[in-house]
Design a protein around this ligand. Sequence first.
Ligand SMILES: Cc1ncc(COP(=O)(O)O)c(C=O)c1O
Length: 353
Amino acid sequence: MPQLLEAFRQVTEASAFAGGPFVARFEAEFAAFCDTRYALGVGSGTDALWLSLLALGVGPGDEVITAPNSFMATAEAISLCGARPVFVDIDEQTYTMNPALLEAAITLRTQAIIPVHIFGQMADMDPILAIGRRYGTPVVEDACQAHGAKYKGRGAGGLGVAGCFSFYPGKNLGAFGEAGAVITDEPELRSKIQMLRDHGQAAKFVHSAIGWNARMDGIQAAVLSLKLARLEASNEARRAHARLYNELLEGIPGVVRPNEAAHNVHVYHIYAIRVQNRDEVLQRMSAGGVNCGIHYPVPIHLQKAYGFLGIKPGSFPITERCAKEFLSLPMYAELRPEQIDKVVQTLKESLQG
Ligand SMILES: Cc1ncc(COP(=O)(O)O)c(C=O)c1O
């Protein structure tokens, strides 16, 4: 708390509220953490995805491939560019894009591929990147739930041409409000995003493109610098909680535990199990004093907003089945073992009815 108050004082004294030196410092720190050349602070994870696609030239008439098992923002960013989201079903073990289904979704209109590192586990990137290379299609990682996650030793966001992060307060690295970032090694992409996030300005009051106001606030950057220093420790705490959950849930009939692929370091933004009769189990858990979540009850392709795509139920069977069964158990770094125990006891009772 004293550190936070001191950070607020510094930002206030410098009047560095929008953009400015605290944002530049956080960008340098986050780029170093992700082992990329550049990080660009923006207003949210949605901005990060949208501006990355815009900077890559995605526009009306284009298609962008992603997974339907994600938060709405992944597809929204595609639509905001005027492009059409095209979905590929997920793998039943990791709940991320199934690379075996990707190639069939590529058309002459495909301009980008967005794998989503859902729940804190990275998608199977090597085959996705290989397909991207073969078709000359850039891969943009939605790493909004995967700060610090790893795939074969490589950090989330650093494998594609751009990696997009959300610092929404509930994330593994959360701000005190809305914030996001794009990481990239590409100088051209960096300068385009820098311009687009700031009204298309190439220099003060010189506008080379129509952009938007998607700058990061100085206060958010100062908070994020402080919290970044603790990210690895809090991810480790989440991983320890996941191990305890896994142990306690072992052998409970009807419970599918999350699966960590051998080549992944999962950071458990969400610890999602799968159960039958999920909605009743959720209600009983709540009555027993344990609040759980559902991520996400309706897959993106079945949301009313995407009704115009005309995608019928049954089109992505793994995503649709999982959406009926997912139950997110409490997960945050400060959880205590006795709380995890209580969650598991309540779950056992809730499963019995
Ligand atoms: C997978 C995914 N993509 C994109 C976003 C959008 O991020 P934000 O809420 O910061 O705009 C989120 C945030 O919840 C997310 O979980």
